[in-house]
Design a protein around this ligand. Structure first.
Ligand code: ANZ
Ligand code: ZN
Length: 816
């Protein structure tokens, strides 16, 4: 066959579209696989990272279809978000037009790559139908107390003019535009994800084996559970007077109760209410106030880097020694963790040590190493033996932690406490291109949620996007509405939702079918059958945010009675990056390769083959033009060998025993490749080794010319390769086998049977020769063959003993 990819590929893409070849069945008695790749943002064009991602999921989907599974392999677009608005600002296009034009283009690209997505379930999260169901869930969550509104200090991106979730602040900067964030006091909506903190942590255990370790660790650290002691520190009389009796004490949290006797100062966050009150009451000098303001305004990275602080001139009483301890404000104390105040132990904590050095505060050591001397050129943060700690002296500091907590509890001055780093998820965004939060403010009724029958609360189309402020806020009429409760004039919420809300449940939406697509988000039977996702494939950059939120939504939906399981994604495959010249492909570096150009030049099958052959999925993939050429040449050769093959509808039977050595070897290689393919899909997904197996088998087939062996080999190899190079394999398979081979293949074990063994022959332990003997040969015959092989060494000698070690060697012991 003359290989012309453009012809073959267009032909089969058309065939698949016309025949709706990849729609899953709603026969829920069949075994199923749900194969999902993380859906793309419709940025305009696919990049190679996308191609890799969807080639991987497509390979799984096609493989499981061959195996007889009912396969759901859907695709959608995560289509709300800022880039659509940025494009509007830049070139005046309407965000909706920009988004849906991009979607149309990317869908064509998907088709040109031969991806076997279900067409019926395609969606964009900016579709009004999607918004309608999402807003319904938001209302359910509000009714359950899982969504609330509060005034808080928020991360504000001065460039994008929007609030960011903590997760979207990377090293103190906006995750999108890298502008340092500032703190701003605003009202916003939060999901109570912290209510699920413990379950989100505990259930990571259920994902062991199915998810990469690295991702589990990242999630664990993000949730950040710490056990420790919380207790109150009381001001001394003089300080209470200074504070005019308004504050008696403040609360601190420590994970090192064993260091309690080493406390030499305490520190409050610059935002702490006591500090705020002192500023308001003019209890601090202007100079001190300025210093505190500077701490508040500096970005969170700077606050972690260079320590700064100032004394408040107040003292608290140590709860056990009753000595006075000075109170400071310190930039490294964060208001949104624990209680926003710490007991500082410079001898045993790095940050406290740096701070004490800088401001010349005392350092009291209370723990020393077991064997060496204590050296306080830096903090000693390990465990050790306690001293200067009254009744706890001599104890192991690790063991003392529980004891100190017990002591505090028995005196009723403190308690064991668990803290989480995880914060509630702030979801309000002051942007146009997002799902409106379905609430209304009414003068009579306060905050009122919309009625479900009024959903969706859709976006207005006539909008002016300038890049300043919230376009919905500035729209002349949209926000004016009637109160759903009392029918009087009211104002609509103009905040839209964080786009991570949409991606937190899209995998559930795909379970709906054309039968109920319009009427409900999904049915419980559909969810029961399709979930969990068997293979979820996507980038490691989603290891924390998206996966944590999707897990949270799943647990909430379970508690709302919508789903019947705890975790949505059974197996997670995080693909490596695509590099060129050693660097991640990116527009700014100018090292991208355009998928469309590759398809035009070589065809989609070459692109797919190269991507899967160049590296195992989890590793980085270095783009290599000559390897792309190599993949193309392999396909040409592969197509060319069709001339050696008989047209047939079933696999012909071959008398294996009667074959030549080369013919036997060719069959063995073919079945080895099949075995490997079956292992690769369940175990390590190293498609590169699977392809290598096919290449080896092709070489072995080439070494012989038996047409039956060729035909059988080709039947099997085209079926192994179909998930990777579907266009060529459908073409070959329909030409030669009426597509009968595109189904499960059975490994024929007889081809692995060995009929000759190679044995070493040694004389008095010294290796002298090797022999080949039949597997069923008797011991006596084996010895005779061995003797013949070493004749020149044993001539005229007496053999006193002959030992056969089956499968390995024959040792002859001779005299003289
Ligand atoms: C005294 C102490 C002594 C501490 C010592 C550590 C070592 P994780 O593990 O992250 O939970 N801390 C508490 N609240 C804080 C806040 N709002 N901002 C900054 N730091 C805070 O860490 C808990 C430890 O971090 C606590 O234990 C406290 O310092 C500090 F040798 O208390 B520790
Ligand atoms: Zn009202």
């Amino acid at each position: 066959m003359n290989y012309i990819p453009s012809e073959i590929e267009t032909k089969w893409q058309k065939f698949w579209a016309e025949h709706k070849s990849f729609e899953p069945s709603e026969d829920f008695t069949k075994p199923k696989k749900y194969i999902l790749s993380m859906f793309p943002f419709p940025s305009g064009r696919l990049h190679m990272g996308h191609v890799r991602n969807y080639t991987l999921s497509d390979t799984f989907a096609r493989y499981y279809r061959q195996q007889g599974f009912n396969v759901l392999h859907p695709i959608g677009f995560d289509s709300f978000g800022m880039p659509a608005e940025n494009a509007a600002i830049k070139n005046g296009s309407h965000p909706k037009t920009w988004t849906y034009d991009n979607i149309d283009y990317m869908k064509k690209e998907f088709a040109s790559l031969g991806f076997s997505f279900s067409k019926d379930r395609e969606l964009a999260t900016s579709d009004e139908l999607y918004t309608k169901f999402e807003q319904g869930f938001i209302i359910d969550m509000y009714e359950r107390g899982l969504l609330y509104r509060k005034e808080g200090m928020l991360n504000w991106c001065p460039h994008d003019l929007t609030v960011l979730a903590n997760e979207q602040v990377v090293d103190g900067c906006c995750w999108r535009c890298d502008t340092p964030i500032v703190k701003k006091e605003m009202n916003q909506y939060y999901f109570k994800i912290t209510q699920y903190a413990d379950e989100l942590l505990e259930d990571l255990k259920k994902l062991e084996g199915g998810w990469p370790k690295q991702v589990l660790t990242m999630q664990e650290n993000w949730i950040g559970k710490s056990n420790g002691l919380a207790f109150d520190l009381f001001f001394d009389e003089e300080s209470k007077t200074t504070l005019s009796g308004e504050f008696e004490s403040f609360d601190v949290f420590t994970t090192r109760p064993d260091t309690i006797y080493g406390v030499s100062y305490t520190a409050l966050a610059p935002e702490h209410p006591i500090v705020t009150a002192m500023i308001e009451k003019a209890l601090l000098s202007d100079e001190v106030i300025d210093q505190i303001k500077a701490m508040k305004n500096s970005s969170s990275i700077d606050r972690q880097k260079e320590k700064s602080g100032v004394s408040l001139g107040l003292n608290v009483i140590h709860p056990l020694t009753h000595k006075t301890v000075p109170v400071w404000v310190a930039n490294f104390v964060l208001m949104d963790y624990g209680s926003g105040a710490v007991m500082a132990v410079p001898a045993h904590d790095d940050r406290d040590f740096d701070f004490a050095q800088k401001y010349d505060l005392p350092i009291h050591a209370v723990i020393k190493p077991l064997e060496s001397e204590l050296n306080l050129t830096k903090a000693y943060t390990d465990t050790g033996i306690m001293f200067n700690s009254q009744a706890f002296d001599g104890m192991n500091s690790k063991e003392a932690q529980a004891k100190v907590i017990e002591h505090f509890e028995s005196l009723k001055i403190g308690q064991k406490t668990t803290n989480y780093k995880l914060k509630d998820w702030g979801v309000s965004r002051q942007r146009y291109w997002g799902a409106p939060i379905p609430f209304v403010y009414c003068k009579n009724c306060g905050l009122v949620m919309e009625k479900k029958e009024n959903l969706p609360i859709a976006l207005p189309h006539d909008i002016e996007i300038t890049g300043e402020g919230n376009p919905l806020e500035k729209h002349p009429t949209w926000k004016h509405c009637k109160c759903p409760k009392c029918e009087k004039d009211a104002i609509r919420e103009t905040d839209t939702m964080d786009t991570f809300v949409e991606s937190s449940w899209y995998f559930l939406r795909f379970c709906a079918s054309p039968a109920n697509w319009e009427s409900e988000a999904f049915s419980s039977e559909q969810i029961k059958y399709w979930m969990g996702v068997d293979h979820y494939i996507g980038g490691i950059e989603h290891a924390i945010l998206h996966l944590l939120y999707a897990r949270f939504f799943t647990k909430v939906f379970r508690d709302l009675g919508y789903v019947n399981f705890d975790e949505p994604f059974e197996k997670l495959l995080t693909q490596g990056m695509v590099l060129k010249d050693g660097a991640k492909m990116s527009k700014s570096k100018g090292n991208t390769v355009d998928p469309d150009a590759i398809i035009l030049k070589y065809g989609a099958d070459t692109a797919r083959l190269f991507i899967l052959f160049a590296a195992p999925p989890t590793q980085e993939l270095e783009w290599n033009d000559s390897a792309v050429e190599g993949a193309y040449r392999f396909l040409k050769r592969f197509a060319d060998r069709a001339q050696n093959v008989n047209k047939m509808n079933t696999l012909a039977s071959i008398n294996h025993a009667s074959l030549s050595k080369e013919e036997k070897n060719a069959r063995k290689k073919v079945y080895e490749a099949l075995k490997r393919a079956q292992e690769v899909f369940v175990e390590r997904y190293t498609f590169n080794t699977m392809i290598a197996g096919v290449m080896e088998a092709m070489n072995a087939l080439n070494e012989q010319s038996n047409r039956d062996v060729w035909s059988e080999g080709y039947w099997i190899l085209t079926s192994i390769m179909e998930p990777i190079i579907p266009h060529l394999c459908w073409e070959l398979s329909s030409e030669l086998f009426n597509r009968h081979n595109l189904k499960e293949q059975v490994v024929l074990e007889e081809v692995f049977e060995v009929d000759a063994l190679v044995l070493g022959v040694s004389i008095n332990g010294k290796n002298r020769a090797t022999i080949e003997v039949g597997v069923s040969e008797s011991q006596e015959t084996v010895i005779e063959i061995a003797k013949a092989a070493v004749e020149k060494w044993i001539e005229g000698k007496e053999i006193v003993k002959s030992i056969v070690i089956p499968g390995k060697l024959v040792n002859l012991v001779i005299k003289g």
